[in-house]
Design a protein around this ligand. Sequence first.
Ligand code: NAP
Length: 284
Amino acid sequence: MPAQLIDGNALSRQLRAEVAERAAALTARGVRPGLAVVLVGDNPASAVYVRNKVKACADSGLHSVLEKYEATLTEAELLARIEALNDDPAIHGILVQLPLPAHIDAHKVIEAISPDKDVDGFHVASAGALMVGQPGFRPCTPYGCMKMLESIGVSPKGKHAVVIGRSNIVGKPMAMLLLAANATVTVCHSATPDLAHHTRQADIVVAAVGKRNVLTADMVKPGAVVIDVGMNRDDAGKLCGDVDFAGVSEVAGWITPVPGGVGPMTITMLLVNTIEAAERAAGI
Ligand code: NAP
């Protein structure tokens, strides 16, 4: 039987409706949740991501500010802007769109964001909080993947989860979230000798690599949940994930499509984190 789809668009609509309700309740109390999005340079993909984030804020009743700077902006100037946003009471979340131009140290910039406004969850304080099981902002993409599992009633508890990829923004926090949810977690990466050996044992596979067809049908246990984080282009230039969707759909129990899977969930969780930041600032 072909796998059931985990529809990221439908789940996003549901979660964004909840965000809009919380935003309206906060606004009625005189606190309009606000997100600042900072874009440096003219990377065309970044411009699209940033536009989508600003639009998502407007659609859910959040206030947003888009700060666009030339690629020549200095690191010191950017750090000064972050400091000003940290002090701005109308701003509850700060997002610096990555990548930054090479002359700017992205790590330094992320660390300059107040952990209370770190809605991307990339600050070392947020990563540390996740590591030790303390409250803090969870990185939006893996947080969205956890919501997808929840939405289909699959608890990671007692399951074997395999995460392919170990980046700081997806793979590692994904592994931590699954571990916190009591899964037994294996993390694979480019130096893993026999990827299929691991994925074939997995009840849950999360692919976060950035290469087409990293996961094919022969690598998947029948009935497994497959979450595809990857964003790639096929030969025809169409958006596709890391997973051979057609083949794996015949074996898996559940699968996320690309597009329409993890992508919309990432922006949705950014809105959720921003609302949470605003509620905390308002003492709720
Ligand atoms: P990244 O920083 O490039 O990390 C990729 C990871 O994949 C690395 O850990 C790398 O291992 C591993 N890897 C590379 N080749 C491999 C192979 N053949 N087998 C197993 N592992 C391999 O990428 P990222 O930022 O995590 O993003 C991953 C993908 O997700 C990209 O396509 C990105 O565009 C997409 N993405 C999507 C969303 C969304 O909202 N849908 C959000 C974020 C990212 P090493 O560590 O050993 O190099």
